[in-house]
Write a protein that binds this ligand. Structure first.
Ligand SMILES: C[S@@+](CC[C@H](N)C(=O)[O-])C[C@H]1O[C@@H](n2cnc3c(N)ncnc32)[C@H](O)[C@@H]1O
Length: 361
């Protein structure tokens, strides 16, 4: 039996997928749980479990804005790049197959293991390193590199991380409430929701999730954990669903989960650090390319690039414009690149991607 599950689709989109059910015709998938039930009845659960595990590895992640990234980085022989967000290695493979060398890092050991095998044919052209991109200078130094022709950051989580229930990012697939991209260290989402005070939870949900009902979500969490500490993603999703009502296609816990993920992985803090560090490893003409998936990240990248792309600064109170001491970037296009319709059709998760590019002067 061949099972086709496109794991890069959001869980909510899986009902567009079909399970070829042998002689039984096509069965629309609504959820993993329902599918498990169907297969258990048919005595074929083991077959599915093994096949879906293979699928998850086979479809680790689909690279977004691939054309646009290639256009920005212009890979070729003699060029060397740093990919700080290896994920499934999709972008790195595009760079390698165009003759470039790549130092690729990820804080997720699953990614390093998967990509090391997948790209082994590129030999010394590809150097995988485990670590947070906020330590980009140390990671590059560990492989003897101090300058690269381009830095690529494709922020957020991979499809593999979202789809793997055990990683605890999903409100639909029950798993341990973890959400750490780097499983080797740091506080889990369970630690955070079980210990942070109500005010801190409100701040996290407001700031990182832009959740209007942050107060209600935080209060419900504090009340629920007094009875029993949170351990599983479904426990948290259920508590949130009681106080936040579903709008559109989104699950009520979407924004709370996003906010916790950002807090657990300090996603905005490390982004500010890596952007500064990227400037230090790029020579004149070197390219910084950053793909973001939500407005908080995009705002940081936009402001960082804009602040360094103005040659002169002017203020109403100054008699004349002054040179900008931060000036060091040229922006080939001021607006970010977004995926074309054909890409969104083929990969629904790409719909909110934005690529910003800057060139060191
Ligand atoms: C969107 S995926 C990248 C996909 C990749 N470009 C591809 O084509 O397969 C993001 C990856 O970046 C990693 N990541 C996110 N933040 C990171 C950080 N601060 N340091 C290192 N890796 C990070 C995640 O673990 C995840 O594997």
């Amino acid at each position: 039996m061949i099972i086709s599950i496109r794991p890069w689709l959001e869980d909510s989109d899986r009902n567009q997928d079909c399970l070829p059910g042998g002689g039984d015709g096509l069965v629309a998938l609504t959820s993993d749980a329902e599918m498990e039930e169907l297969l258990q009845e048919a005595g074929r659960l083991d077959e599915w479990t093994n096949a879906s595990r293979l699928n998850r590895m086979e479809f680790y992640h689909l690279p977004v804005l691939a054309r646009e990234v290639l256009e920005a980085l212009q890979p070729g022989h003699g060029k060397q790049f740093y990919d700080g967000t290896l994920g499934g290695g999709g972008h790195t493979e595009l760079l390698l197959s165009n003759g470039a060398h790549v130092i690729g890092s990820d804080q997720d050991l699953d990614s390093i293991e998967y990509v090391s095998k997948k790209l082994s044919e590129y030999g010394d052209s590809f150097l995988p390193v485990h670590g947070n991109f906020s330590r980009m200078d140390e990671l590059l130094a560990s492989v003897g590199v101090d300058h690269v022709d381009g830095v690529l950051l494709d922020l957020g989580v991979s499809s593999h991380q979202l789809d793997e229930a055990e990683r605890g990012f999903s409100f639909r697939n029950d798993g341990p409430l973890d959400m750490r991209m780097d499983q080797s260290c740091g506080m889990t989402a369970a630690d955070l929701v079980n210990t942070a005070d109500q005010e801190e939870l409100i701040r996290i949900f407001r700031e990182y999730g832009e959740e209007n009902r942050a107060y209600h979500a935080a209060k419900a969490i504090v009340e629920a954990r007094a009875v029993k500490k949170f351990e599983r993603t479904s426990e948290l999703a259920d508590v949130i669903a009681k106080v936040i009502h579903k709008t559109g296609r989104n699950h009520p816990a979407t924004k709370v989960f996003q906010a916790l993920r950002i807090a657990v992985n300090d996603e905005l803090g490390v982004l500010e650090v890596v952007l500064e560090k990227a400037l230090k490893v790029l020579p004149p003409g070197g390219v910084l390319a950053v793909i973001t998936f939500h407005s908080l990240e995009d705002r940081i990248v936009k402001q960082f690039m804009r602040a360094r792309s103005e040659k002169m600064l002017d203020r109403p109170e100054w008699p004349e414009p002054k040179p900008n001491p931060q000036y060091c970037l040229d922006l080939p296009h001021r607006k970010p690149k977004a995926p074309q319709d054909d890409e969104v059709d083929a990969n629904f998760r790409s719909r909110s991607a934005k690529l910003r590019v800057a060139i060191k002067v």
